[in-house]
Design a protein around this ligand. Structure first.
Ligand code: NAP
Length: 253
């Protein structure tokens, strides 16, 4: 029997989009704690996350890219492979949200969210998968949402994008499981980040949300770390196309 932990990511190269803050930062740090070197992909300065990864004794690579278009995706994968020596784990975390009543929702708010949350997610993963197929496989983790399962309110393009993320997770798993690529998703519940600052600040909505969370609190970015390490690791090698809720029990209510 091997003494090697199936959760150990030593020697692996991970990439996390939107890793300068929030959930992406929490996941990048968790992957580094489990042993991975981590590429931090995003349009903003990820120095703080890079320092956290360095402090864990792992290599951090900052890759500047604006994922509101698909233009950077091939360059991003090429930079990571040439600098860190490979790409084994991709976490598609970058995402935005726009709020408006459905009757007033603008085309701009539709396109901006769909392009970043869904289109770039697909084409970055396609670029990564082309590398992984030729280099022994890998793991892809998409960040979904409660709105992968529910309708939400005043967030039409966000719900469409995150429902799409759920569908694409299954499609990519179907096509690539046999090629050694595990594709799964994490659906975070209500996590305290910039993305949810407006909800946290709205007293009524905050109270309604808290009343429905069995765990009795908002999640923290670090609450997503264990699920990400699991899905990135050999421990999950027979887990395909799954959407893992990390929500303090929200969906069970
Ligand atoms: P956040 O703090 O706003 O982080 C979003 C990240 O995405 C930031 O790093 C942001 O970079 C990056 N990003 C946005 N647009 C980008 C672009 N065009 N190019 C590159 N990077 C871009 O929010 P978060 O809550 O951690 O969100 C992370 C993911 O979790 C999102 O996909 C979100 O939908 C999902 N999620 C969050 C919750 C929650 O409760 N917080 C629940 C379910 C799902 P900048 O700093 O430059 O904007």
């Amino acid at each position: 029997m091997s003494t090697h932990s199936p959760f150990d990511l030593s020697g692996k190269v991970a990439a996390v989009t939107g890793a300068n803050t929030g959930i992406g930062q929490g996941i990048a740090v968790a992957l580094a704690q489990a042993g991975a070197d981590v590429a931090l992909i995003g349009r903003s300065d990820a120095d703080e996350t890079a320092k956290m990864v360095d402090a864990l004794g792992r290599r951090a690579l900052i890759v500047r890219a604006d994922l509101s278009t698909v233009e950077p995706v091939n360059r991003v994968v090429a930079d990571i492979v040439s600098t860190l020596g490979g790409l084994d784990i991709l976490v598609n975390n970058a995402g935005i949200i726009r709020r408006n009543d459905a009757v007033d929702f603008t085309e701009d708010d539709w396109d901006a969210v769909m392009d970043t949350n869904l289109k770039s997610l697909f084409f970055l993963t396609q670029a990564a998968a082309r590398h992984m197929v030729d280099h022994g496989g890998g793991s892809v983790i998409n960040i979904a949402s409660m709105l992968t399962f529910q309708g939400g309110i005043r967030v039409a393009s966000y719900t469409a994008s995150k429902s799409g993320v759920g569908g694409l997770t299954k499609l990519m798993a179907n096509e690539w499981a046999g090629k050694g690529i595990n594709v799964n998703a994490i659906a975070p519940g209500y996590i305290a980040t910039n993305n949810t600052a407006a909800l946290q600040a709205d007293e009524d909505r905050n109270r309604q949300i808290m009343e429905r969370i069995p765990a009795g609190r908002w999640g923290e970015p670090s609450d997503l770390g264990g699920a990400a390490v699991f899905l990135a690791s050999d421990a999950a090698k027979y887990v395909q196309g799954h959407i893992l809720a990390v929500d303090g029990g929200w969906l069970a209510r």
